[in-house]
Design a protein around this ligand. Structure first.
Ligand code: NAP
Length: 326
């Protein structure tokens, strides 16, 4: 009997075809909306493999209903939408898609940094709204990027790729990370800092850690108070890492200059969210890894991991490595 896989959204056809060669595949593809909870609860009961997205909450309650589930393939590098501990207790492998999205997400992070610093969306709207009457000395003036100081919080794969881009802009690069990255320090000329030191000295602060209990609301009121009034916060990691209410007040009260956000605590962000009312906030709908090539590769990686696990092999991108011993 072929193993059963459920895919929670439409993905590239060639990936579905590849999975269908050896699996019985069902897909939630009615609309580009997350699979309803009741459908997921029904499907989880007898599937062997789950192909899910960061919009799917794979929690304990759901996992308790899974009687056959062997592997969960998350189409993201972050896996905060999955209760990994509960999956591990049940012997269910969890996989993610590290690496293939690193450069694309670093590109987007740098693009957002530049768009925020140079007020690009605001300037574009200004022109389209017919407000451009003349060249003016201080019209839509922003912050310089070249020669400025970048602080990266979380120097992992994407953080390091971001540092490489920043070097091309002759930026002075500080980083704060759980562990020191001596090799990267030497190769890229980075300076390791405490969080406070980094926040005090940086012109640009990029949040690049995973979303975990330790990083939840890691950047909050007291941190904005020590940042420069001209500083810009960029978050392309996860919304919950920054206290959004504190960020709103810091931006409104001029404690910091601007923010560029690809991610929010609740996604999609509601249109009456206070942060969206501020002119000094540049927002994107969580598109960090959204290039055609990268999203295609991510889908392929999820499929490969699912097939490896269903074939009794250790998937390349297993998250709960403690299962390997078992
Ligand atoms: P990664 O290689 O695992 O890097 C994460 C880094 O954060 C590691 O260097 C880690 O330190 C550090 N870290 C973890 N907890 C920390 C803490 N409490 N304090 C300080 N540093 C901490 O992950 P990645 O591939 O670069 O991805 C990073 C995150 O970006 C993902 O988890 C995901 O949430 C987000 N992301 C967003 C998008 C998007 O579309 N916007 C796309 C891709 C990824 P150690 O080296 O000590 O472990």
């Amino acid at each position: 009997m072929k193993p059963k896989i459920f895919i929670t959204r439409k993905i590239p056809t060639h990936v579905i075809n590849h999975l269908e060669e050896v699996c019985e595949v069902s897909i939630w593809e009615h609309k580009d909306i997350p699979v309803p909870r009741e459908v997921l609860e029904e499907k989880i009961v007898d599937i062997d493999g789950l192909y899910c997205l960061l919009t799917d909450a794979i929690d304990l309650e759901l996992l308790q209903k899974a009687t056959n589930l062997k592997v969960i393939g998350n189409m993201a590098v972050g896996f905060n939408n999955i209760d990994v501990e509960a999956a591990t207790k049940r012997g269910i492998i969890v996989t993610n898609t590290p690496g293939v999205l690193t450069e694309t997400t670093a590109d987007l992070t740098f693009a957002l940094l530049m768009a925020t610093a140079r007020r690009i969306p605001e300037a574009s709207d200004f022109l389209r709204e017919g407000k451009w009457s003349t060249w003016s000395p201080m019209l839509l003036t922003g912050q310089d990027i070249y020669n400025s100081t970048l602080g990266i919080i979380g120097l992992g794969r994407i953080g390091e790729a971001l540092a490489k881009r920043a070097k091309g802009f002759n930026m002075n690069i500080l980083y704060h990370n759980r562990s020191r990255k001596i090799e990267a320090e030497q190769e890229l000329g980075l300076e390791y800092c405490s969080l406070e030191n980094l926040l005090k000295r940086s012109d640009y602060i990029c949040v690049m850690t995973p979303y975990t209990p330790e990083t939840k609301k890691m950047i909050r009121k007291e941190h904005f108070k020590i940042m420069k009034e001209t500083s810009i916060l960029i978050n392309t990691a996860r919304g919950g890492i920054v206290n959004e209410n504190d960020l709103y007040h810091a931006l409104k009260d001029g404690e910091i200059w601007a923010a560029g956000l690809d991610v929010f605590e609740q996604e999609p962000v509601v249109l009456d969210h206070p942060l969206l009312s501020l002119p000094n906030v540049v927002t994107l709908p969580h598109i960090g890894s959204a290039s055609i090539g990268t999203r295609t590769k991510m889908a392929e990686v999820v499929a490969e991991n699912l097939l490896q696990a269903l074939n009794g092999k250790i998937p390349t991108n297993i998250v709960n490595k403690e299962l390997i011993a078992k």
